[in-house]
Design a protein around this ligand. Structure first.
Ligand code: FAD
Ligand code: ZN
Length: 471
């Protein structure tokens, strides 16, 4: 059913002239996600600036039984933030709901509105001599509301956990337009079901997050970053274990990069150079940090790398000697997704297995896809320390991109099958969205799917909040 004119008029009145747009030039970028897998339509893009405005809009939509799609920075990778093609959904973008409401360095908490860009949250914390550790390649454009709705992971999960571990409280506009004020800044609160957990990773299907109370940490005063050449992922895990012990668990990041991924970066990303004179199969990006003053952490990293070299578990390594050099090493990792797009795009996977089983996963999955299509290029990279690998597949050189991408489901079944057999997950950090909503049914117990549906039905009986996503 088309969005009723009375609803459109009501929304316009509720948010004022700057709070909405139907100008195609303004709306268009919000209707597709970056890889172009999904494109949608909407008669109105709503851009509220307060929780009360969000609530008013959702209340009106509920009264007219019109679906609502929440959107943050539109960097999501599973199509959850894009309306469907019917033109019957109202798109609510949170970008203008972007104030830092409070920061309490003693309580180590910050309260921010959902539309705050992740980097701004990090900067606000740093200005108070604190760290907000969530960090991912899209941090300059993704929003904290989107990060929480997707339970984003990123490159510091190893040390600080994913978005879920960093949230103390939430303010949420429910599908009927009521506001749930759960914006508590308590470290301990055992008063029944932990309802905020439903909205974290809920991908906007249970309500619109409007604000969050987040945990802060002491700001690092020494950081050391290294890129090591390892013979295989198993050696990488042994190095990680040694480094954790030697530093007293101060490892922030342990990222794996396969040679083909680095090659794409060197080919497509301006200003990148190979830090090593020779080509190698596998690289390990390591970062350690401490809030204590001094330079001893770098020395500890050097000692561990030297010992691992001695033991044959690494063949070469560079340790950054400046912040600029550390940034350059990180850039080699963070621009892989961009380089992959420039190479013509690939079939993406975001699997998790128990950390100890990553090496097996990579061996088995690589063998399986190579049998399915000889010459296929495996772009394996990601969060080795979390057991989370982005196992992406790019067509053989010279093969037709469209024909290859049409085999997405076929290759996903192969890769996900290997992950599942090792006790893994088909979505470690990106969520289900539209991309994996159906597929997940093959991997989760029927009871679990049924419980998820019941939760959805309890909170959103008319299925108006981001329908067609996740469940
Ligand atoms: P959007 O894409 O706008 O939305 C994502 C989902 O959240 C949608 O379902 C949407 O409806 C919902 N949503 C958004 N805002 C709200 C809200 N306020 N209330 C309720 N629901 C809401 N992800 C990782 O986990 N780890 C990574 O390392 C990582 N790296 C990335 C690197 C690049 C280059 C890119 C492009 C993406 C990467 N991502 C990564 C994926 C993406 O950045 C994350 O999923 C991010 O958390 C999405 O935030 P967003 O604000 O862009 O949300
Ligand atoms: Zn990732």
């Amino acid at each position: 059913m088309a969005v009723p004119a009375a609803l459109i008029a009501g929304i316009k009145a509720a948010v004022g002239p700057r709070g909405w747009s139907d100008d195609p030039a303004v709306v268009a970028p919000h209707l597709k996600e970056r890889r172009g897998l999904y494109a949608g339509a909407t008669p109105i893009l709503v851009r509220p600036t307060t929780t009360a405005e969000v609530a008013a809009v959702v209340r009106l939509c509920a009264a007219h039984r019109t679906p609502v799609v929440p959107q943050g920075g539109n960097t999501g990778l599973v199509g959850g933030q894009v309306p469907d093609a019917s033109g019957e959904e109202v798109l609510v973008a949170l970008a203008r709901l972007n104030r830092v409401r409070a920061i309490d360095p003693t309580n180590d908490t910050i309260i921010v509105e959902a539309g705050c860009v992740l980097r701004h949250v990090q900067e606000a914390a740093a200005a108070a001599d604190r760290l907000f550790p969530l960090s991912l390649g899209a941090e300059g454009s993704c929003q904290i509301g989107g990060n929480i709705a997707t339970n984003a992971g990123g490159v510091s999960v190893l040390r600080y956990g994913s978005a879920r571990d960093l949230v103390l409280g939430l303010e949420v506009v429910l599908p009927d337009g009521r506001v749930w004020d759960g914006l508590r800044t308590l470290r301990k609160d055992n008063t029944g079901y932990d309802l905020k957990q439903l909205f974290i990773g809920g991908e906007g299907t249970l309500g619109i997050i409007t604000a969050a109370a987040l945990k802060l940490f002491p700001r690092p005063r020494q950081v050391a970053t290294a890129l090591a050449v390892v013979p295989d992922p198993a050696a990488g895990l042994e190095i990680l274990t040694a480094l954790k012990s030697a530093t007293g668990n101060l490892v922030n990041a342990c990222e794996l990069i396969a040679r083909p991924a680095l090659e794409f970066v060197l080919r497509h990303i301006p200003g990148t150079t190979d830090p090593f004179p020779a080509r190698h199969g596998w690289y390990l990006l390591l970062e350690v940090s401490s809030a204590a003053e001094g330079h001893w952490l770098r020395a500890a990293l050097e000692r561990v790398l030297a010992a691992e070299h001695e033991a044959g578990r690494l063949t070469d390594a560079v340790i950054a000697t400046s912040t600029a050099q550390a940034r350059a090493l990180w850039r080699l990792r963070e621009t892989i997704p961009e380089a992959e797009i420039q190479e013509g795009g690939g079939i993406k996977h975001d699997i998790a297995v128990p950390v100890s089983r990553v090496p097996e996963f990579i061996v088995q999955a690589t063998a399986a896809v190579e049998v399915a299509q000889p010459g296929i290029r495996v772009i394996a990279f990601g969060h080795l320390g979390d057991g989370n690998i982005h196992f992406n597949l790019v067509r053989p050189p010279g093969a037709d991109a469209t024909t290859f991408l049409a085999e997405w489901d076929h290759f996903s079944a192969i890769v996900h099958g290997v992950a599942a057999a090792l006790g893994g997950s088909i979505s470690a950090e990106h969520g289900l969205g539209r991309l994996k909503r159906e597929e997940i049914r093959a991997y989760k117990p029927a009871v679990e799917i049924e419980l998820m549906r019941r939760v959805k039905a309890a909170l959103d009986p008319d299925n108006l909040m981001n329908p067609g996503k996740l469940v």
